[in-house]
Ligand binder design. Structure first.
Ligand SMILES: Nc1nc2c(c(=O)[nH]1)N[C@H]1C(S)=C(S)[C@@H](COP(=O)(O)O)O[C@H]1N2
Ligand SMILES: [Mo]
Length: 198
């Protein structure tokens, strides 16, 4: 059992669970405001510099799970495709192209924003967004799209799956109670505003 599963981390698939996904043949298409649009295969992603960050995924439904996330910095991907100055938002699409969400470029360029493939030394399973998911610890978890197949570099903001259904476009973490999954669901208080650190 994966560590995320062992801690009983909730599994959210608003669009329905995608089933078995093929890690070795995974590709992520990057399009939009860039000079070198291209696809990244699993092999391509692994050939890029790998980054490990300690951070938390924090859901608007008030739980948070922390650990060591590993993958490729989003800034590396944006460099690779020759992002144009007109790019202001990064839009992620999950497998099946039903779930999407967008984040501001500034957030994508922050230190801990990743295309993540691992958590605490294990590859992410399908339940938790494997083979590759967005990991954006600075915003509510709905901005961390799972099993990403496409990334759009956009000039204008577009509301995503949950944003259209009432969650904020900013995804800013709000203060209040939050269950710490790493501590067996113990309720703690979070200040809000940026990444959650217990
Ligand atoms: N494709 C997809 N990505 C998604 C979601 C989803 O329903 N579908 N839920 C989001 C929400 S609301 C949260 S809190 C996290 C939860 O991640 P987990 O299911 O790996 O715990 O994934 C985010 N990414
Ligand atoms: Mo969430």
């Amino acid at each position: 059992m994966s560590k995320l599963a062992a801690m009983k981390t909730p599994v959210f698939w608003a669009e329905g669970h995608p089933g078995r996904l093929d890690r070795e043949n995974w590709t992520i298409e990057v399009t939009g405001a860039c000079t070198k649009p291209r696809s990244f295969t699993w092999e391509d992603l692994n050939a890029l510099p790998q980054k490990e960050v300690q951070g938390r995924l924090t859901s608007v439904t008030r739980w948070s799970v922390g650990g060591l996330w590993k993958g490729v910095a989003l800034s590396t991907i944006l460099d690779e495709v020759g992002m144009k100055p007109s790019c202001k938002y990064i839009r992620f699409w999950s497998v099946g192209m039903i779930y999407d969400t967008s984040i501001p470029l500034e957030t994508a360029l922050r230190e801990k924003s990743l295309l993540a493939h691992s958590f605490d030394g294990e590859y992410l399973t399908e339940d938790y967004g494997g083979p590759v998911r967005a990991f954006i610890p600075y915003l509510w978890g709905y901005k961390s799209a799972k099993s990403v197949v496409k990334i759009e570099l956009n000039e204008k903001y577009v509301s995503g799956y949950w944003e259209k259904r009432g969650y904020t476009d900013s995804g800013e973490i709000e203060p209040g109670r939050c269950r710490d999954i790493n501590a067996g669901g113990e309720v703690k208080l979070i200040p809000g505003g940026d990444e959650v650190q217990f």
